[in-house]
Design a binder for this molecule. Structure first.
Ligand code: ADP
Ligand code: ZN
Length: 246
């Protein structure tokens, strides 16, 4: 497989190794990852973040962090999150846009799980336009519903560092212990079958229209999330102009 990729890279004259310095000066961010729960957005975002140094900003992670505190805000967020419903736009927008104001996001960022509604997309566009920036690439990662349901059913996460595992296809080295930070792994509180159905419906109804929104803006790149991991990684790297990794 690796040999094949190398040959392919040569054939297309792509650079053998990605030049991270070059990438940083090219300033590819902001990048959006769009797609239903379980498609693999978070996994790709974490990987690209590690390569590029751009922060991976996941709205779901922001909400999970808030819920670890015992505050009125935590209770409010939990009332939506645990039912698989969207947190109201106004609150979501103010939290995510505040995060984008932090210095590490000024060069570029990988936005995962936001925007999820047209109102959120418009708010993001306005905020970026004010700074003379715009969304560069929208990665739309897709997979059929049965596959999403299966993947989510076996997903386990690290509540400490956000690492994502799959009991069937990508288990941690030690049972239930995070490879990266040693914390105990757990299932998410919104991954009961019924809640997952609600989340998938919310995606179809409210987030799917964003595909057309970004297609019209010319930033949309569709990625088939059912392909083997290596192949998905290559497609993502190409879409972001990272060249071949091997
Ligand atoms: P997934 O992509 O697997 O559904 P996330 O971690 O992105 O998972 O989101 C989990 C939950 O967090 C959502 O079901 C919702 O309650 C809340 N949430 C995350 N992002 C948004 C958003 N942009 N707008 C509203 N609610 C959100
Ligand atoms: Zn961890």
């Amino acid at each position: 497989m690796a040999a094949e990729t190398k040959a392919e890279a040569k054939a297309t004259n792509a650079p053998d190794r990605m030049d991270i310095r070059n990438l940083k000066t090219r300033n590819i961010g902001p990048v959006i990852l769009l797609g239903p729960p379980g498609a693999g957005k978070g996994t790709q975002a974490k990987r690209v973040s590690a390569i590029t140094g751009f922060p991976h900003i996941a709205s779901g992670d922001i909400f999970r962090a808030i819920q670890r505190e015992d505050t009125p805000l935590a209770h409010k967020v939990r009332s939506f999150y645990d039912r698989g419903e969207f947190v109201p736009d106004e609150l979501t927008i103010s939290l995510v846009l505040a995060r984008l104001e932090e210095p590490d996001a000024k060069r570029g960022f990988l936005l995962d799980g936001f925007p999820r509604t047209l109102v959120q997309a418009a708010a993001l566009d306005n905020a970026l336009t004010e700074e003379g920036r715009k969304v560069d690439v929208t990665l739309y990662v897709t997979a059929p519903t049965e596959m999403l349901v299966d993947r989510i059913a076996s997903r386990i996460i690290c509540p400490n560092c956000g690492a994502i595992y799959n009991a069937a296809t990508n288990p941690p080295r030690l049972d239930n212990i995070c490879d990266k930070c040693g914390h105990a792994l757990e299932r998410r509180s919104d991954e009961e079958a019924e809640t997952v159905r609600t989340r998938l419906e919310a995606f179809n109804r409210q987030t799917e229209p964003l595909v057309q929104y970004y297609r019209e803006r010319g930033t949309l790149v569709q990625i088939d999330g059912t392909l083997p991991m290596e192949h998905v990684e290559d497609l993502v790297d190409r879409a972001l102009g990272l060249g071949s990794r091997r």
